[in-house]
Each structure stands twice: as structure tokens, then as C-alpha cells.
Write a protein that binds this ligand. Structure first.
Ligand SMILES: [Zn+2]
Length: 318
């Protein structure tokens, strides 16, 4: 089991020598998810050693170019490399029409199974689940319809308490039920799973909020998130600009994270006017105790607490 996040692009609309525009790669228990796909995303995947054919889900937040202009190119590469497995793309209204028109114009139709799911930005809604994970979409407050995403690990299996089991009249076929938290009744005897198991490993959650102005409307959707990525395009010095462009300052991102009870806040989507994120961090830390700044190549292992941060200096975009 693993829950890992790779930051492929941590900048806002204008790519710089240090920061590409928005894209992230999430591996949640071997479910491979790309969130946003700016120009340059496939090169970032290659630089970081991430296999683009493993991607099963692409989540696109909105139709500003710095969040999806890399998508036609990525799909084309997947096709040229002979992809034959299904790819599911979730995004706002209009995305499918745009992308399919670009593919059709080139005269090279995509032959793998490409499924689009159009999501109306509104209340939190479950868009995918299987036995290990669930993915939710929810509406943000931006100039055009914009989605945020939340990925949860489901409840993990209980650990068997071998000492307790050895003293009871339990069978091999009972073990999967106990691990799943189910009690067993046999011959009038109840075997309560809590007596034969130890606590399960912790399940973690991650949410992505870019782009948005701060709003109470999405607080419920990010409630109690372990790791929240929230855009912090501006510092307080430019808070008027943040307001007029429907973006957030670092302080506003931290206030949102605190209100929603998020454990760790990762800032990103930094405007190219700033050389680094030091001022963002200073301001955000006045409103939330645990704040980090995204950078291209950052690798976060969320399967532990606190999360492990590994900086990929060697592979950062130059
Ligand atoms: Zn935008």
C-alpha cells in the first residue's frame, strides 16, 4: 500500500525556468492519477521517471490553458507508444469537445479506449470508487467553472491478533471476515472481531484546490484532509489582485485549511512575479501550524504521518 504525490508543476499561468504550470501525479494504492495537465507535463513525467502509460485517471480542474494544454500532446504520445488500456478523463463541461476536436484535426484518431466524464462543478460528488480508494469532485470559486478533487484511501484491513486467535476455535476461512471487521457467529457462539484483531493502519486523504478564491462553499469537501494542496497565487501584498482574478493569497489558503481542520497544507500555483515562496510560507504559517511550499519535482509520501518530503533537485526542471 502506498500513497504518493509528485509535483510536476507548481507555478501559475506563466511557466518559468524553475516552475512549470499545474500538474501532479498521484499513486494511491497503485491507482495512478494525473491531476491537471499543463503544457510540459509529459516531459516532467519523463524527468521524474514516472511512466505515463500507467496513468489510469486524469482529473482536469478547469479550462484555463495552464491546467490542460498538455492534454492533447499527452494523449497523442500514449497513442504513438501503442497504448491499449483504458484511460478515464474527468473534467468540466467543454473539455471533451475541445480535446476531441484537436485530435480529429490532426487526422490520427486515438485507438485506445478513451472515456470522458463531464462533471458539473457543484457539491461534493463521488466520481470513482473501488475497494481501495474513492475520488470526489467538488466546485471551487474561480472565473470559470472549476473543480477541486479529493482522494481518500478506504478503511484498511484490521490486523489479526494471533495470540487471541490461537486461543479461540476459529477457522482459516474466518480470517478474511475478521480483517474486514466482521464478527462471526457459529454454533451459538459470537466471535466479536474486536476481540481478535488489532487496529488497522491509518487511511489517508489528499485534496487539490486550484484555482479558487477562498469560499465557505468548498470547506465541507476538504474537511479533515490529511494533506491539502491549495493554490496561493499571491502574497498579501497583492491581495486585491487575488480578489479580482478569483485567486487566493497564501494567508487565505491557510485560513481555509484551518477552518476545514486540514492537517498539512501544501501551497502552490505561485505567480511568476515571486522569486521564491518564502513570503508565502511566512504569511501562511500565521494561520496554520503545518505549511509547506510545492516545487517542481517534490515527492511526498503520504502513507506515514507526518508525510515524508523528498526534494528531487537532480530532476527539477532547469
Ligand atoms: Zn485558472
Amino acid at each position: 500500500m502506498s500513497f504518493e504525490l509528485h509535483i510536476l508543476g507548481s507555478g501559475a499561468a506563466l511557466p518559468t525556468s524553475k516552475r512549470q504550470a499545474s500538474a501532479q501525479y498521484v499513486n494511491c494504492n497503485e491507482r495512478h492519477i494525473l491531476i491537471d495537465c499543463a503544457e510540459g507535463t509529459q516531459q516532467q513525467l519523463r524527468k521524474l521517471g514516472l511512466k505515463l502509460q500507467k496513468i489510469q485517471f486524469i482529473l482536469i480542474s478547469h479550462l484555463h490553458g495552464d491546467h490542460f494544454f498538455g492534454l492533447p500532446g499527452l494523449l497523442s504520445t500514449m497513442h504513438l507508444l501503442g497504448r491499449n488500456k483504458k484511460l478515464q478523463i474527468y473534467g468540466p463541461p467543454g473539455l471533451e469537445t475541445l480535446v476531441r476536436a484537436m485530435i480529429a484535426a490532426g487526422g490520427h484518431p486515438i485507438t485506445f479506449d478513451l472515456r470522458f466524464h463531464t462533471i458539473e462543478p457543484s457539491k461534493k460528488q463521488l466520481i470513482f470508487e473501488d475497494r481501495l480508494i474513492e475520488i470526489y469532485a467538488f466546485g471551487l470559486k474561480h472565473r470559470i467553472p472549476t473543480l477541486g478533487f479529493r482522494i481518500n484511501e478506504k478503511q484498511k484491513p484490521y490486523h489479526l491478533d494471533k495470540n487471541a486467535i490461537a486461543k479461540a476455535d476459529l477457522r482459516i476461512e474466518d480470517m478474511p471476515k475478521l480483517k474486514a471487521g466482521l464478527s462471526i457467529e457459529r454454533d451459538g457462539q459470537l466471535y466479536d472481531f474486536r476481540d481478535y484483531t488489532l487496529p488497522a493502519d491509518q487511511s489517508f486523504s489528499y485534496a487539490y484546490c486550484s484555482d479558487t478564491k477562498p469560499s465557505p462553499t468548498y470547506l465541507e469537501a476538504i474537511q479533515q484532509i490529511d494533506l491539502l494542496y491549495h493554490e496561493a497565487t499571491f502574497c498579501q501584498e497583492h491581495k486585491d489582485r487575488a480578489k479580482s482574478t478569483y485567486h487566493s493569497t497564501a494567508l487565505q489558503a491557510a485560513e481555509q485549511a484551518s477552518k476545514a481542520g486540514c492537517r498539512y497544507l501544501l501551497l502552490g500555483h505561485f505567480s511568476s512575479r515571486y522569486d521564491d515562496a518564502q513570503q508565502h510560507l511566512l504569511e501562511a504559517r500565521t494561520a496554520h501550524p503545518l505549511v509547506g511550499a510545492a516545487e517542481d519535482g517534490l515527492h511526498i509520501k503520504l502513507g506515514n504521518w507526518p508525510p515524508i518530503f523528498e526534494n528531487a533537485d537532480k530532476t527539477q526542471a532547469q
